[in-house]
Design a protein around this ligand. Structure first.
Ligand code: FE2
Ligand code: FE2
Length: 374
């Protein structure tokens, strides 16, 4: 009997979706999983938190917006979307220029890990929660992230590699963040994720000759999911005004700076990838920061001043320090160590310099709800 394995795109339940991926993981490659296992400042991490505190949130103050958002997610506009169809062009992996292939695979592994990191965190909240509203939201978000990670893994498998998601769940190190840090970090990663996907999608709409892989065609609907996840975190933060006031504003600034700086440095490690897309990584970073800043005005009382004269040159210095750290590591020995330390100090100094640029303040609107407009 030939039993057709269901595809992760069609599954509406995170546990079934992961079971399918576990089944596929028998053929997944060690090299890709090793990359996904890395825990550095620049690689996607797995998080855990105080789930009881999260579960205690009362969404009554934002009930109207909450119900509307949940209804949108329950309607499941992207069911069946994350699946190869006739739009999936053949990819000539063997003919791909080696540097591009290396960077693109690295991009896919890192994206898959980041998507899966969201899935693991949301699924755990769904499992542990008793609060009906919270459980429902996290179940819906886990469903989406499982599909996203599964789809990237489909693409990777064609190149002969894939990330073993079951292994990652068990073996990757989990970083503890208290709930408020989870809100800031996850909210930002959802909104910046939206901005990144839509910026690439719109760029390739205008320049289809640069679309060197079909996965980019899926980015428009994809970023709709990330947009909704970001909306959910904005509402969660809205339930407690203290989260976006007083000294917490300093934490918000810290997370904004860390997320933007990490993105800049990570993207600049992939010159061949951006070249193939026809995208200048400095332009791309500026574009994504501008969109993300505009969106985060829905809930954060500050945005970073990315037009400040110190912003761009400091990011460039941070990138150079990061390249030198990697060179030092590769070099090894006393000389290599010294290079690594000196440049780590330089990188820390750059971060402080970015953090101390005065932020732009503004009034936060009464309601957080936004529609994707880019
Ligand atoms: Fe996602
Ligand atoms: Fe997401």
């Amino acid at each position: 009997m030939n039993v057709q394995t269901p595809h992760t795109a069609d599954i509406t339940n995170v546990d079934e979706s992961l079971a399918v991926q576990q089944e596929q993981s028998r053929m997944d490659s060690k090299a890709a999983t090793d990359v996904a296992m890395q825990n550095t400042l620049l690689t996607p991490r797995f998080y855990t938190t105080d789930f009881d505190q999260l579960d205690a949130i009362d969404v009554t103050p934002v009930r109207r917006d909450w119900d509307a958002l949940i209804a949108e997610m329950e309607a499941d506009p992207n069911k069946g979307h994350f699946k190869k169809n006739e739009d999936w062009d053949h990819v000539d992996w063997d003919g791909m220029e080696p540097e591009l292939k290396k960077e693109f695979i690295d991009f896919l592994i890192s994206s898959c890990t980041a998507e899966f990191s969201g899935c693991v965190l949301y699924k755990e909240m769904k499992r542990r929660g008793k609060n009906g509203d919270i459980v429902q939201l996290f179940q819906l978000m886990a469903r989406d992230e499982a599909r996203h990670a599964g789809f990237i893994n489909d693409a990777l498998r064609e190149a002969g590699v894939a990330v073993n998601l079951g292994f990652l769940t068990q073996k990757k190190k989990y970083t503890f963040f208290q709930p408020k840090f989870i809100y800031y970090a996850t909210y930002l990663s959802e909104k910046i994720g939206y901005a990144r996907y839509i910026t690439i999608f719109r760029h390739l709409e205008k320049h289809p000759e640069h679309r060197f892989h079909p996965i980019f065609k899926w980015f428009e609907e994809w970023c709709g999911d990330e947009f909704r996840h970001g909306e959910a975190f904005a509402l969660l933060m809205k339930t407690d005004p203290k989260l976006t006031q007083g000294k917490n504003v300093l934490w918000i600034k810290f997370f904004l700076t860390a997320v933007y700086a990490t993105m800049y440095v990570r993207d600049h490690q992939r010159p061949a990838f951006h070249d193939a897309l026809g995208v200048d990584p400095d332009w791309y970073a500026h574009e994504v920061f501008t969109k993300t800043s505009k969106l985060t005005e829905q809930i954060f009382p500050i945005t970073l001043d990315i037009e400040h004269p110190r912003w761009q040159p400091t990011l460039e210095r941070l990138h150079r320090a990061n390249v030198a750290i990697a060179e030092g590591k590769k070099q090894g020995g006393a000389g290599g160590k010294l290079k690594e330390w000196a440049n780590s100090a330089k990188a820390a100094f750059c971060f402080v310099s970015l953090y101390t640029i005065p932020a732009v303040k503004h009034r936060v609107p009464e309601s957080t709800r936004l529609e994707p407009a880019y």
